[in-house]
Design a binder for this molecule. Structure first.
Ligand code: ZN
Ligand code: ZN
Length: 526
């Protein structure tokens, strides 16, 4: 299958609802002393948000049944609670009203149930405008939305200004000794789409055969939205590339350039993405794991990617194999797990996948990426190689790096594979890189959509599940018509888990790999 079957601008937004982002959870315990008080909770809203999501619940909702109408203290407590009311009645209504009131009280005490806690909340946007009120009758335990064009009942739609929003948590009555409240706040971005590109390429400024200009032209012919220029231990090509009219996106100009370099050391190669300055590597020692260089990359605002970790090493390819054993994997942002053509590179891609999965099982969310390590024109079109597709809000360096870091990444040799997850009892649709929250005991639904624009034979969709500390396992496998298929699987993980999907040919050759969607189980707010 040719990679050119992928559309030049693979806008997949239409197939996938963005998930809840910026999720914040608040939890607190209120007591009777908090009755008739208001708590202010401020939360930041970044630019570009289309919808604010809020969820509130509290427990207990009512008093225990053992404090109900048939219990000895029930009538006394009701009488005490409404004593003030009785005084008001007497003041303004006189004796007759008080007599009526006494009868009302007799009847009322026979039909009253346990008293209930009552919390509400009001929302103010960053401009101080009132945006609505939460009511336990219609909103309890549900996500409520305040959007640009629509909002749930009780709330007002309109622009979502960035800045500090405020929730006024209204504690109207707390009648139990303790009342646990759980509040979750999130948002959805206004826009996003998939951009595809190449994260590892050389020019004539190191051992590539294409000038910076030629590399960008070839990348444009390949329909890439972005390409990283990562020459060996030099940044001189970036000056030349910066003079080209890039950044307009595929079809309208040359691809956006991700500036970088390949830190080519004696014991391993790492691609630094998003940096424009030279980084001295000569001091890198085998036992320092390249950790210091990674921290320098981060200080410069860049991402640190382990390159082709299982390429043949010294002396066949000096320094190409990752020999560092003390690498702090928490400083590794990306790992090339699909280097060059999958089939030919199977000797080094399969162990790279194994390493990646072992890191995921340790709870380290390293993003898996594809990289051709381009040195020549034809390598950008070689069958079996893959693009790295990134979900981002815009084709800007900042947004693409953010998408890479957050794992919103798909590696594909051509087919568009959309992998998403929904959890029973939880809001939103989650995509690779997301952390989904799912209630304990509930199921998750995993959806895979496959599309390609040229006729092709059957393919296999595989769902891989990983759990903390365990080896990842293939959970489901199903045939799919690659020209258009939608498959849904259901699982009920007993613990935290992550899922990713793979698409292969019937012969088992990889066509696409997603990054994981992470599932956190538990009670909201815990
Ligand atoms: Zn290299
Ligand atoms: Zn390279």
């Amino acid at each position: 299958m040719s990679r050119q079957t992928l559309e030049r601008q693979a806008n997949l937004a239409m197939y996938l609802e963005p998930s809840v982002e910026g999720l914040r959870k608040y939890r607190g315990v209120l007591g009777p002393v908090d009755s008739r008080s208001v708590r202010r909770i401020a939360f930041p809203v970044p630019p570009g948000v289309a919808e604010i999501l809020i969820k509130l619940s509290y427990d207990p909702f009512v008093e225990d049944a053992d404090r109900g109408p048939d219990t000895p203290g029930f009538r006394k407590r009701w009488e005490r609670e409404i004593e003030r009311y009785r005084a008001t009645i007497g003041k303004w209504g006189g004796t007759e009203a008080l007599q009526h009131y006494q009868r009302f009280l007799e009847e009322a005490c026979d039909c009253m149930g346990p008293m209930r806690n009552l919390l509400n909340l009001a929302v103010l946007d960053s401009a101080g405008r009132f945006r609505g009120r939460w009511d336990s009758a219609c909103h309890f335990g549900q996500w409520v939305s305040i959007g640009k064009t629509c909002a749930d009942p009780g709330f007002s739609a309109g622009p979502i200004p960035s800045g500090e929003w405020t929730i006024m948590l209204e504690c109207h009555a707390v009648v139990t000794d303790a009342c646990d409240y759980q509040l979750a706040i999130g948002w959805r971005p206004s826009e996003g789409r998939w951009y595809r590109g190449e994260l590892h390429a050389h020019t004539t400024h190191s051992d590539g055969t294409l000038s910076p200009r030629e590399l960008l032209e070839v990348a444009a012919q390949a329909g890439l939205d972005f390409i990283a220029i990562t020459d060996h231990n030099t940044i001189s090509a970036l000056d030349a590339a910066s003079r080209e009219p890039t950044g307009a996106g595929a079809g309208a100009g040359l691809p956006m350039v991700i500036p970088g370099l390949e830190l080519t050391t004696f014991y391993g190669h790492a691609v630094a993405l998003g940096i424009r300055e030279y980084i001295s590597w000569h001091e890198a020692k085998l036992d320092d794991g390249m950790n210091r260089l990674a921290s320098i990359v981060h200080e410069m605002g860049g991402l640190f990617a382990i390159a082709h970790p299982f390429s043949p090493g010294y002396p066949v390819c000096a320094g190409c194999q990752w020999e560092y054993e003390n690498t702090d994997m928490s400083v590794v942002d990306l790992m090339e797990v699909w280097s060059g053509p999958w089939q030919r590179g199977i000797l080094w891609n399969v162990p790279a996948m194994g390493w990646w999965e072992a890191e995921l099982a340790q709870g380290r969310r390293v993003t898996g990426v594809a990289a051709r390590d381009v040195h020549r024109r034809q390598e950008l079109f070689k069958p079996g190689t893959a693009d790295t597709c990134v979900w981002a809000r815009s084709l800007t360096l900042e947004a693409i790096l953010e998408g890479l870091k957050s794992g919103r990444v798909l590696m594909t040799s051509g087919p568009r594979v959309l992998f998403s997850l929904t959890a029973a009892g939880a809001p939103g649709t989650y995509m690779p890189g997301d952390e989904a929250w799912a209630p304990c005991g509930g199921s998750v639904e995993l959806s895979v959509s496959v599309r390609t624009d040229c006729p092709s034979g059957p393919a296999l969709v595989r769902i891989i599940r990983g759990t903390p500390g365990n080896r990842a396992e293939a959970l489901f496998s199903a045939e799919a018509d690659i020209s258009g298929a939608h498959l849904v699987f259901t699982d009920a993980p007993s613990d935290h888990a992550w899922y990713r999907c793979e698409l292969t040919t019937a012969e088992g050759h990889l066509l696409a790999i997603s990054n994981p969607i992470y599932v956190e189980r538990g009670d909201l707010g815990s």
